[in-house]
Design a protein around this ligand. Sequence first.
Ligand SMILES: [Mn+2]
Length: 374
Amino acid sequence: MRILHIADLHAGKTLGRVSRNPDLAYALEQVVSFARENSPDLVLIAGDVFDKANPDNESKEMIFDLFLRFRELRTDVVVISGNHDSYDFMRSIRGLSKLANVHIFDRPSKENCIFELGDLGIACLPYPSERVLTPAGEEAKKTYSELVGMFLRFLAEKVKNFKFKILLAHIFIAGSKFTRTEKEATVTEYFAVHPSSVSHTFDYVALGHVHRYQEVKGVPTRAFYTGTLYQLDFSEAGEEKAFNFLLLEDGSVKVEKVPLSLKNPLFVERIKQSEVLKRIGELKSRKGYVKLVVEVENRLTLPDLLDRLREEMGERLIRIEQVSEGEYTAKKEEIPDFNPLEIYREYYRNTHGSELPEDLERAFVELLKRAEGV
Ligand SMILES: [Mn+2]
């Protein structure tokens, strides 16, 4: 049996004012032509189909077109919601999508969690938000990762009689390397699921959520994050992107990593103010989007220089960061590590002289998610 595993499409993502949908379309074109040549029996999409809970029309059209193209290839598609997807929106397109042989699992559910294809059972775990994992009774004392662990054991039990078993899940597994574009609050320790919660009985674990391609260590079977299909943000600058093609045979699973080429690679350049004009030609000749870190030497001439830069480079210059010499290292530490939960923990430690209690942490994370509109 041949299976494609992709994840984290983030249709509708913007960088500054620039839409990344052309980057996604470029990547999906490669995925579809690979599918045309290799005729997979099944495509797995491991969550974060859309970047926003209320996707714009262009992004919806792109995704529906993708579904229809797989339909033309007579390939079944299984989709789970990620933390960026709205459960309700995904449910609203579930019925129509089924007509194209696209099977959407919109939220974690013990009643509706298995997709069957002949000998193969796919156990599906859409992003388990705290809202849907509400513990009751005895389970009230359990942590988030314990509750997810219980769900994972339930799923393993559900598919135990299938010859082939796959877990399709949008979760953060402890120890995986993330890129900081996943939504900070959902990749902290509190949300980390212990790798041993995943049953060894699965032949393969198709994961979404973490944006860097990787095989996850510590899981007692083969588990992969295939990551985003293009560099989503500057924290992913320089990263290679890929998806997986699996061959499931009696007693063995072969995993092929299929590299993707990028329409607009992202790069970050740090340049001294006095060097900017000399390098403008070189910057313009590069393909992709740039974040420029300018080491400021003269504040008076800076505004003119920045105007000139923006004019010459147009929309390919996404961001300009100004730093004075020596300042950058400190700032660099501070900005990417901005993590509200960490800050709240520190605030609590400073004002109360003890660690943040678990129930407060849970309430804080829940509020944070509401504020972010997850
Ligand atoms: Mn994602």
